[in-house]
Design a protein. Structure first.
Length: 181
């Protein structure tokens, strides 16, 4: 048996263990029933379950889920639409998500795959400073799919910039306070 403060009490009968737990106002919990003799511990079950739940929430909070965001374009995309799609891809990559770029060819567009590949090459070039091309599956049926992942250094730069701007704001506030005096 293990006491409430974590010290080993030794081998006791179940009745003695229950009596000691009741004296302390706690519960007797069997931890390892398969051991010989079975191991029991005196603890507050409600508090124990609460701490387990709290640790589980902390672990979930620190866990970051990476989403795959899809951007669809065609080979006949105009400049303004291209810039809009590029802006959304940049936003997704800066958040740390993956970007799946899909270009579909319809009907007679299949004869001009080279135009689509030029647009995809330009898109890849424009995203090269924010993300890396993870997968280029080439032409599958009537679709070309590219998968981009965010570069890890971008996240660090953003954190540095936010801390620098906070520090600059603090120094400006301190300087204005000194000028008032």
């Amino acid at each position: 048996m293990i006491s409430s403060d974590g010290k080993q009490v030794g081998i006791v009968t179940p009745q003695e263990g229950i009596a000691k737990a009741r004296l302390e106002g706690l519960d007797l919990v069997e931890i390892s029933p398969s051991a010989k003799p079975p191991v029991c511990r005196i603890l507050d079950v409600g508090k124990y379950l609460y701490t387990l739940e709290k640790e589980e929430k902390q672990a979930r909070k620190k866990h970051h889920v990476i989403h795959i965001k899809e951007v669809k374009i065609s080979s006949k995309i105009k400049e303004h639409d291209y810039q809009t799609k590029l802006r959304s891809a940049v936003k997704f990559l800066s958040r740390g998500d993956k970007v799946k770029l899909s270009m579909m060819f319809r009907g007679r567009e299949m004869t001009h795959i080279d135009l689509g590949q030029q647009i995809l090459a330009r898109f890849t070039q424009d995203l090269s400073d924010l993300g890396t091309l993870e997968k280029n599956s080439g032409l599958e049926g009537n679709t070309i799919v590219l998968l981009f992942t965010a570069k890890p250094q971008i996240k660090k730069k953003e954190k540095k910039q936010t801390t620098e701007t906070k520090n600059d704001a603090k120094t400006q506030n301190e300087q204005s306070d000194q000028e008032k005096i």
